[in-house]
Design a protein around this ligand. Structure first.
Ligand code: NAD
Ligand code: DAU
Length: 335
C-alpha cells in the first residue's frame, strides 16, 4: 500500500514499481487534498495490478478496512502536507494532523495488521539548516532540529517511528531525502512553479538573494532508493537519500529560463521567506553502501532538468488542468 500515491513522488514511485515488478499489486491510499492528482496515474488507472482507495491516514478505521480488504503486506508512506510556504503563511493544523498524528495512525495499523514492513518517507529538513561556508552535510546522526513548521511536523512522525520500533519492535524504516524534481510535481514548489511562470512569460519570484542551496535529486532516483530500502533496509534505522547535487536557487532559475529560451529579465528578487533555511546537503554514504546507485548523478543534472522541463511542455493537458484549478485551490487553502 502506497499512502499519498496521488502526489508528486508517490505517483512517480507507483509508476516505477509497476514497471519493475509485474507480479506486485499496489493499493494507492490517498485523501486527495489539493496536492493529490489522479491525473498523475491516468496511464495505469485500468491496470489490474493497481487500485485506488480514497482515505485519510488519520482515520485508523478506514486504514484497517483497506489493509484487511487487500491483504496489505508492505506499506510506504508519502502522505503529507508538504509545502513549506503554506506551513508559514497558512494554518499549521493540517500539517501536524497528517505529518505527525497520521504517521502514528499508520504505525498502529502496521501493528494491528502485522504488516511486514513500513517505510516512512521523510525529509532532510528535519535536520535544520547548514551554513554556506560550512564543510559539513547532514548524516543520519545529525541532531533533529527543524526550523520550519512543516519540518517540525514531519520530525514528529519520524520520532514516533523510532519510539514504536524501540518500544514495540514495529518494523519501520525512516528516510530523509533532499529536494526532488521530475514529472507530476504540483506547481507550488520552486522548479515546476518557475516552469509554469516562465512558460506564461511571467516574472519568476526568487526569494532574498537567491543564494540558498538545495541538494536536488530526481524523483526516479528517490523511488529506486525507496525500492531498495523496502526490500533490503534494516528495521528501526534511518537512511539519508541524496545525490550530492548542491545548487543555489539562482543557478536553478537561470537553467530553467535558458532551457525554455526565456530572458533572464523574468528573474525578479522578492522578499525572503521568513526563517529561510540557508543550505541543505545530504551525506548518503549509508544507502550507497547498500548498493544504491542513482541514474541522475550531479553530472547528469542538466539532462534531468532538461527532460523535466520538456515533460511539462509536452504534457499540456496536465499543465492546463492544474493551471485552471490554481486560483480555486489557493482560495480554498486561504479560506
Ligand atoms: P505532495 O504534496 O505532492 O503529495 C502529498 C500527497 O499526500 C497528496 O497526494 C495528498 O493528497 C496526500 N495526502 C495529504 N494528506 C493526506 C492524508 N491525511 N491522508 C492521505 N493522503 C494525504 O508531496 P510530495 O512532494 O510527493 O512528497 C511526498 C513525501 O516525500 C512527503 O512525505 C514529503 O515530506 C517527502 N519529501 C518530499 C520532498 C520534495 O522535494 N517534494 C523531498 C523530501 C521528502
Ligand atoms: O528538502 C526537502 C524539502 O524540499 C521537502 O521536504 C519539501 O516538501 C519540499 O517542498 C522542499 O522544500 P523547500 O522549501 O526546499 O522547497 P521549495 O520548492 O518551496 O523551495 C526551494 C527553494 O527555492 C527554497 O530555497 C525557497 C526558494 N523559492 C521557492 C519558491 C516557491 C523561491 O526563491 N521562490 C519561490 O517562489
Amino acid at each position: 500500500m502506497v499512502a499519498g500515491g496521488a502526489g508528486f513522488i508517490g505517483s512517480n514511485f507507483i509508476h516505477y514499481m509497476l514497471e519493475k515488478y509485474q507480479d506486485y499489486k499496489i493499493i494507492n491510499f490517498d485523501k486527495l487534498t489539493y496536492a493529490g492528482n489522479l491525473d498523475n496515474l491516468k496511464s495505469i488507472e485500468n491496470n489490474p495490478a493497481y487500485t485506488f482507495e480514497q482515505g485519510d491516514i488519520t482515520d485508523l478505521a478506514r486504514l484497517n478496512e483497506v489493509i484487511k480488504k487487500h491483504g496489505v503486506t508492505h506499506l510506504i508512506n508519502f502522505a503529507a502536507e508538504t509545502h513549506v510556504d503554506r506551513s508559514i503563511h497558512g494554518g499549521i493544523k493540517d500539517f501536524v494532523m497528517t505529518n505527525s498524528l497520521g504517521v502514528q495512525m499508520l504505525l498502529d495499523a502496521v501493528r494491528a495488521n502485522e504488516i511486514e514492513r513500513m517505510v516512512n518517507v521523510s525529509t532532510d529538513e528535519v535536520y535544520g539548516a547548514l551554513g554556506l561556508d560550512e564543510d559539513r552535510k547532514f548524516t543520519e546522526n545529525t541532531p533533529i532540529m527543524p526550523n520550519m513548521p512543516y519540518a517540525a511536523a514531519k520530525a514528529g512522525g519520524d520520532l514516533m517511528c523510532n519510539a514504536y520500533w524501540v518500544t514495540h519492535k514495529t518494523p519501520v524504516i525512516v528516510t530523509h531525502c533532499s529536494n526532488n524534481y521530475g514529472p507530476y510535481q504540483f506547481p507550488e514548489k520552486l522548479i515546476p512553479f518557475f516552469i509554469f511562470k516562465a512558460m506564461a512569460d511571467e516574472p519568476v519570484p526568487v526569494y532574498g538573494d537567491g543564494l540558498n542551496v538545495r541538494d536536488w535529486i530526481h524523483a526516479i532516483d528517490h523511488s529506486s532508493a525507496l525500492d531498495l530500502l523496502l526490500h533490503q533496509g534494516n528495521n528501526g534505522e534511518v537512511y539519508n537519500i541524496g545525490v550530492d547535487n548542491e545548487r543555489n536557487n539562482l543557478e536553478i532559475t537561470k537553467m530553467i529560463l535558458s532551457i525554455l529560451g526565456k530572458p533572464e529579465s523574468l528573474l525578479t528578487y522578492v522578499k525572503d521567506r521568513p526563517g529561510h533555511d540557508r543550505r541543505y546537503a545530504i551525506d548518503s554514504t549509508k544507502i550507497m553502501n547498500l548498493g544504491w546507485q542513482a541514474k541522475y548523478t550531479r553530472d547528469k543534472f542538466a539532462k534531468g532538468l532538461q527532460e523535466t522541463v520538456e515533460w511539462y511542455l509536452e504534457n499540456k493537458d496536465w499543465v492546463e488542468k492544474i493551471r485552471s484549478r490554481m486560483n480555486e485551490i489557493n482560495q480554498h487553502i486561504k479560506g
